[in-house]
Design a protein around this ligand. Sequence first.
Ligand code: PMP
Length: 288
Amino acid sequence: MKIYIDGQFVDKEDAKISVFDHGLLYGDGIFEGIRLYQGCVFLLDEHLKRLELSAKALLLDLPLSLEEISNVVCESCRQNQLVDGYIRLIVTRGVGSLGLSTRSCVKSSLVVIADTIQLYPPEIYREGLSIITVPTRRIAPAALDPRIKSLNYLNNVLAKLEAEQMGALEAIMLNNEGYVAECTGDNLFIVQGNRIITPDPSSGALRGITRQAIMEIGEELAMPVEERNLTRYDVWSADECFLTGTAAEVIPVVKVDARVIGKGKPGKITLKFLDAFHQRVSQNGTKI
Ligand code: PMP
């Protein structure tokens, strides 16, 4: 496997960063997870736009232009002879001295890992996922805006750990007010009759690229997605529930906190969105 680090492609064993990188010392950096489907990078411009906005929010200068980063992403896929894959793009503040100040960090670093991913076993997509709510809360938007996709994932890591301790693969995280924010690495949607609802980013949700694709599909299907506060009761009493994420794609949820959702099977509307999403995947890519 060849990994890109600051202008060079190196073997996995040689892909190393400095212990003085503020990405390691303080989680000072940003990232993106991107999919490659059939030789095309899915929604690359959208991911790069989000990366640019995350960088802007952190006053972090990207080491390359977006066009150059786009070329590096495609070249990483080619170097690894990937047809389908998952690309992890990381920008760290770079090497500096000990201490929080970013002043000593002269140049940010760019790492691109092009690999494969399978988040959930295939039967989960057919039968649906069982999830729970965990105690660890999402960081308040007033403290760190969830739209910044930063390297600070510790509370999501804790939430995932809590889920796994309880035998669940994914978990709902609430915000400080007790409303549903999102899952540890996925956005959450519910279906109530013909209404599709997802928490607003101000509830503590990342503005997911897959979430955005689902919202566009909702417009096309004349089932516009509403963004509003959701309680756990809203989720328990929903007809359907599904999660979205670059790695997970669209995954039906059939049980939440031991409550069966709808009929306990992937719902009709969920499957309609899943189908439309798969069509998009085959149509919206940047050829590598
Ligand atoms: N929420 C969180 C916390 C995430 O890490 C992710 C995955 N990056 C998502 C939601 C889904 O976002 P996307 O569709 O852009 O992958």
